[in-house]
Design a protein around this ligand. Structure first.
Ligand code: NAD
Length: 460
C-alpha cells in the first residue's frame, strides 16, 4: 500500500476545491446515510461477530448514532459553514471582519475496536461536513466491522476523497509518517502519546479521544435504586468495554450494602440469572483482554458474578468489594465487566481517591444535594460529567464530547465535531477610499503623546 500516492491524490482532489461547497458536503452526507441504510444488516451482523452485540444494541449504540449525527449535520451545516461577523476595531474603519470555517485539507481518523463503527464514522461525518478529504484506519481487532466499513466506504466515495487503510499498529505507524492537516485519534492513552509525538513532527493539530478510569460517586442521599440501575446499565453495556463506562464506584459507607443489593437486583432484571444466555449481554473482544480481566478477579471479594468461559470470551457482570486502592484493578483502566465498589466515610475520602488517578474522561456523581454537586464538580477534574446518570452526556449531537489531560484533548459531536475539523480563519476587509497616515513611518508623535493616542484609539 503506497500511502504517499494516496495522500498526493487526496491533496490534489482537495486543492481542486471539489469538497468546498456546502452542496457537495450535504450530498456526501446523504450518500453516507443511504449506504449505512443499505448495509445495515451486514453491519449489525459484523458487530455481533466482533463483540457479541445484539442487533438492537448494534443499532442503538452504533448505526443509529451515526445516522443521528448525519441528520443533525444535514440540518445545521449551512449555519455552521456561514461566516460569523465580528465587530471591527474602529481605528481600522471603514472595514468589516468575520471568521470563516475552512476545511483543514487531508485528515486522518484512527479508530478503536470497542464501538468500531460509531467511533470511526461519527468523526467522518464531522470531517465531511467541514469539507475535508479523509483517510480512515479502523481497528484490526474488530475485523468483521472493519471489512463491512471498508466495502461500504469504497462503494460510496472515490479514494482521493475517502480512503480506508486496513491493518494494525504497523499500518497506523506508517500512515503517521505522512503529513496530514489534522489527525483525529480515538484509543488508548499509550497510543495517543505516540500519535501526538508523530503529529508534532509535522505540526499537525490533533484531537485525542483517550481512555481512563471514570469514577462514580454515590452519596448517602442518592436515590439508590436509580443509581444502581443507571450504573449497571452504563457499566455492563458492551460487556464493560465502553470508554465512558463507570470504571469503579465509591459509595457512602452507610448505604454500601443497600447499593450492592440494588446492583445485584438490577443485573438480574437486565440479564437474567444466567447472563451467558442473555441476547443483550456482550463478549470480550479477544483472549488477551479476557486473560487481563480474569486476573483482576482476585483483587477483591466477589460480591456478584465472576463466572467466565474462555470458549466465547464470556465474563459475567461482576461486582468486587473490599478492593485495595493499590491493586491492579484500581490502578489500570478495567475496560470490562468488573466493577470495584469502594467505600467512603467523608466525601473528601472519595475525592482523595480520584486525586491519585489520572484525569478521567467522565465523572459521575449521584446525589440530591446541590451543595455536594457544586463542590464535587469544582474540585474533581474530568473531560465530561453527569449528575445522577452515567454515559448520557455523550449521546447525541448537541453536547460536545471529549477528554482532558490523560483522557484526551479537543471535543466533537455536532457543531463541536465540525469545529474540530475546521480552521476558523479571521478575515478583515478594509475599504480603500480612506488611508489615514498615522501608522506609517516616520513616526512624528513623541512617545508620550503616542501612548495617549493608542490608549484613546484602543478605548483603554
Ligand atoms: P488502541 O490505542 O490500542 O488502538 C486504537 C487504534 O490505534 C487502533 O486502530 C490501532 O490499530 C491503532 N494503534 C495501535 N497501536 C498503534 C501504534 N503503535 N501506533 C499507531 N497506531 C496504533 O486502543 P483500543 O484498544 O483499540 O481501544 C481501547 C482504548 O480506547 C481504551 O483505552 C478506551 O478507553 C479508549 N477509548 C476512548 C474513547 C473516547 O471516546 N475517548 C472511545 C473508545 C475507546
Amino acid at each position: 500500500m503506497d500511502f504517499t500516492t494516496i495522500l498526493q491524490r487526496q491533496r490534489i482532489f482537495f486543492q481542486s476545491g471539489a469538497t468546498r461547497s456546502v452542496e457537495f458536503r450535504l450530498a456526501q452526507l446523504k450518500r453516507l446515510a443511504a449506504a449505512l441504510e443499505q448495509h445495515e444488516a451486514a453491519l449489525l451482523m459484523a458487530l455481533q461477530s466482533d463483540l457479541g452485540k445484539s442487533p438492537a444494541q448494534g443499532y442503538a449504540t452504533e448505526v443509529g448514532l451515526v445516522q443521528m449525527e448525519i441528520r443533525h449535520a444535514l440540518r445545521h451545516l449551512r449555519r455552521w459553514s456561514a461566516p460569523q461577523h465580528l465587530s471591527t476595531p474602529w481605528f481600522t474603519a471603514p472595514s468589516r471582519s468575520w471568521t470563516q470555517p475552512e476545511p483543514f485539507g487531508v485528515t486522518l481518523i484512527i479508530g478503536p475496536w470497542n464501538y468500531p463503527l460509531q467511533l470511526l464514522l461519527t468523526p467522518l461525518v464531522s470531517a465531511i461536513a467541514a469539507g475535508n478529504c479523509v483517510v480512515l484506519k479502523p481497528s484490526e481487532l474488530a475485523p468483521h466491522t472493519a471489512g463491512v466499513v471498508e466495502k461500504l466506504l469504497r462503494e460510496c466515495f472515490v479514494e482521493e476523497y475517502v480512503f480506508v487503510a486496513m491493518g494494525g499498529a504497523d499500518v497506523s505507524e506508517s500512515i503517521l509518517q505522512e503529513r496530514f492537516d489534522k489527525i483525529f485519534f480515538t484509543g488508548s492513552t499509550r497510543v495517543g502519546r505516540l500519535v501526538i509525538a508523530a503529529a508534532a513532527k509535522q505540526l499537525t493539530p490533533v484531537t485525542l479521544e483517550l481512555g481512563g478510569k471514570c469514577p462514580a460517586i454515590v452519596c448517602a442521599d442518592a436515590s439508590l435504586e436509580l443509581a444502581a440501575r443507571r450504573i449497571a446499565w452504563g457499566k455492563f453495556m458492551n460487556a464493560g468495554q465502553t470508554c465512558v463506562a463507570p470504571d469503579f464506584v465509591v459509595v457512602a459507607d452507610e448505604v454500601l450494602d443497600a447499593f450492592v443489593a440494588a446492583m445485584k437486583q438490577a443485573l438480574r432484571e437486565f440479564y437474567g440469572d444466567d447472563p451467558a444466555q442473555s441476547p443483550d449481554y456482550g463478549r470480550i473482544i479477544n483472549r488477551a483482554h479476557f486473560d487481563r480481566l480474569i486476573s483482576y478477579l482476585s483483587d477483591g471479594k466477589v460480591a456478584h458474578g465472576s463466572q467466565h468461559n474462555v470458549k466465547d470470551y464470556f465474563i459475567a457482570p461482576t461486582i468486587l468489594t473490599d478492593v485495595d486502592a493499590a491493586s491492579a484493578v484500581m490502578q489500570e483502566e478495567i475496560f470490562g465487566p468488573i466493577l470495584p465498589v469502594l467505600r467512603f466515610h467523608q466525601l473528601d475520602e472519595a475525592l482523595d481517591i480520584l486525586r491519585t488517578l489520572p484525569t478521567p474522561l467522565a465523572l459521575y456523581l449521584f446525589t440530591r444535594n446541590q451543595e455536594t454537586e457544586r463542590h464535587v464538580l469544582e474540585v474533581a477534574r474530568s473531560g465530561g460529567a453527569c449528575v445522577n446518570d452515567v454515559v448520557s452526556h455523550t449521546i447525541g449531537s448537541g453536547l460536545p464530547f471529549g477528554g482532558l489531560g490523560e483522557s484526551g484533548m479537543g471535543s466533537y459531536h455536532g457543531r463541536a465535531g465540525f469545529g474540530a475539523f475546521s480552521h476558523h480563519r479571521t478575515v478583515l476587509r478594509r475599504a480603500t477610499w480612506l488611508d489615514l497616515p498615522f501608522r506609517y513611518p516616520p513616526q512624528k508623535l513623541p512617545l508620550n503623546r503616542l501612548k495617549h493616542a493608542v490608549r484613546y484609539l484602543l478605548g483603554d
